[in-house]
Design a protein around this ligand. Structure first.
Ligand code: SF4
Length: 161
């Protein structure tokens, strides 16, 4: 995700998405539209899929007091919107959540188990064929892995005698 700008100017997240009117609103309250009536561009007739670009009016941006903070190098600001932006937005929220570091640690733990199955228990290649064979072999390997973990949990009993 490269939507966050590094040069101090406003990023896409500073613009408010207005789904009912298919437009963005900039921090100054002006609209960024996908098409404008006076653009007779045939590409605008394409179905609403893929990446879309929303542009502010050049006239409005040229007299905006916040232009330096928004689009200092171009005449008017534009913001792109991907096809599944809602999903991307949800993923961004998940990444920014407090739970994310914990989830990452858990993911790592699970992936380590698969790596162990593959490298140490030799499950990089299965010997049995067919869905049932694969299930049997995998279940057996996972059982062995769990037993190994259980054995490690057991406190060491000092040898007597
Ligand atoms: S420069 Fe244009 S898009 Fe940016 S804040 Fe001003 S009016 Fe809005």
């Amino acid at each position: 995700d490269k939507s966050k700008r590094q040069d101090g100017t406003w990023s896409r997240s500073d613009f408010i998405w207005d789904p009912d009117n298919d437009r963005y609103l900039c921090p100054e309250g002006k609209e960024l539209k996908r098409t404008r009536q006076y653009h007779k561009d045939p590409r605008n007739k394409q179905p609403r899929t893929g990446r879309r670009k929303y542009r502010a009016s050049k006239m409005v941006c040229s007299i905006c007091p916040a232009k330096d903070k928004c689009c200092p190098k171009v005449d008017a600001r534009s913001v792109t919107r991907e096809r599944f932006e809602e999903v991307r937005e949800f993923a961004r929220q998940c990444t920014a959540s407090e739970f994310n570091p914990k989830a990452q640690a858990r993911r790592k733990k699970v992936e380590m188990l698969f790596a162990h199955l593959k490298r140490i228990l030799g499950l990089g290649r299965l010997r049995l064929r067919g869905p049932c064979g694969v299930q049997d072999e995998f279940t057996l390997a996972a059982t062995a892995q769990n037993l190994r973990k259980l054995a490690k949990l057991k406190p060491l009993i000092p040898a007597t005698g």
